[in-house]
Ligand binder design. Structure first.
Ligand SMILES: [Zn+2]
Length: 78
């Protein structure tokens, strides 16, 4: 397995949708290749951030300001 093969299978690997044999080859490669470990870790972290971040709920004053701004903007239309 080469670095570019790891990258090619990365999405499936992180999805845990990979064939177990292929998965083992990747893990073996990761054990020997620091570059790929960095890539895998970084990608994993990025995915975690995306999956865990929910849109922040708007606080009442923010919502109010947004509302007012929208109303103003709508009124300006002909
Ligand atoms: Zn590699």
């Amino acid at each position: 397995m080469k670095c570019k093969d790891v990258v090619k299978e990365l999405a499936d690997y992180l999805d845990e949708a990979l064939d177990p044999t292929l998965r083992m080859s990747i893990e073996e490669h990761l054990g020997n290749c620091k570059d790929c470990r960095v890539v895998v870790d970084t990608t994993k972290q990025t995915i975690d951030i995306f999956c865990n971040s929910e849109p922040a709920p708007l606080s009442e004053p923010t919502r109010e300001r947004l509302h007012q701004a929208l109303i103003k903007r709508l009124r300006r239309r002909p």
